[in-house]
Design a protein around this ligand. Structure first.
Ligand code: ZN
Length: 313
């Protein structure tokens, strides 16, 4: 990401100066940096542009008060950016570690393929995924459980919430504590109602942003970290569900954790579980041991990636 050694050298020098903080908001070319308990409005030093470095929400930075020759309107100056643990392109965001994928079981109907794609894409981005099934009061509980079961079997944490079913919100709070999370999922799945249960102010923010997005306003670049507790932030970022899946087709099987144990019985080494004549994963779909919808998501995504790769070469 940062190809030349100069960047690293520069950064080391920069780090000796200034105070550490985290960028929580970008406002018209300025950045609000949370540093201890205060928010400091900073601008990024022009030298970043020359290096091709950008400052994005979530970045850990060093800042210092503006020197006399740099002082234009009293803002502080970001002097260094720390290496990022994760980077999202849309929304542009750094060091986010958890994706909360909110999918309703009804209105709109559960979108398994979209959830499966999103799981691949956030895992590929280095994020830990937590699945929230919302509006569970709209479906008989055994059907909710049928939707949840393949994901629980694959090892994901699945929380179930709905009107009259707020008990698991406490478990969501536990999952978020100490992390920087982004909420994703189809519109209408109830992201802002869920956020409202976490903190009313967060719910309001998320609601107003998705409303603007619904009116066609370009808001996907707006990101803000909302503090839920010490070291706990939630990004109120819309447009996240459109993330492309950028994985090699041959690697895709590793993004379906429930395949791993079954695949040990596939006779072909490196079996892709698609066109092979004998395959333990395909057998498991036949016997109902493996979720047919999860396998179908895999197969569809595999073919899509293959086509993309063939066009590339
Ligand atoms: Zn196989």
């Amino acid at each position: 990401m940062q190809p030349d050694g100069g960047w690293h050298r520069g950064q080391q020098e920069d780090r000796r100066f200034g105070v550490e903080g985290r960028v929580v908001r970008g406002v018209g070319g300025f950045f609000d940096v949370q540093s201890g308990n205060e928010i400091v409005r900073c601008r990024a030093r022009g030298v970043f542009r020359k290096r091709g470095t950008t400052v994005v929400v979530g970045d850990w930075v060093n800042w210092e008060p503006a020197s006399e020759d740099e002082a234009q309107s009293g803002e502080a100056v970001i002097t260094g950016v720390y290496p990022r643990s994760t980077e999202l392109v849309r929304p542009p965001m750094a060091n986010c570690d958890t994706a909360v994928l909110v999918f309703s079981v009804r209105t709109p109907d559960f979108q398994g393929q979209l959830l499966d794609r999103t799981l691949v894409s956030v895992t590929n981005a280095g994020l830990f995924a937590v699945i929230v099934l919302s509006k569970i009061d709209l479906l008989p509980l055994e059907e909710v459980q049928q939707l949840a079961e393949p994901y629980e079997r694959a090892g994901y944490q699945v929380l179930k919430v709905g009107r009259g079913y707020d008990g698991e919100v406490a478990r969501l709070k536990e999952a978020l504590a100490g992390h920087v999370s982004v909420f994703a999922g189809p519109s209408g799945a109830g992201k802002s109602s869920l956020a409202n249960l976490l903190a009313p102010e967060l719910g309001l923010k998320m609601g107003s942003i998705s409303e603007k997005a619904g009116r066609g306003r370009h808001t996907t670049r707006h990101v803000e970290l909302f503090p839920l507790g010490p070291s706990t932030f939630v990004a109120d970022a819309p447009g996240f569900s459109k993330l492309d899946v950028d994985v090699d087709s041959a690697e895709l099987r590793h993004y379906f954790p429930e395949f791993a144990e079954l695949a040990e019985n596939c006779p072909y080494r490196g079996c892709q579980h698609v066109h092979e004549s004998t395959c333990a994963v395909k057998d498991a779909v036949e016997t109902g041991q493996l979720s047919a919808s999860r396998y179908e998501s895999y197969r569809a995504l595999y073919e899509e990636l293959r086509i993309k790769e063939e066009r590339r070469y």
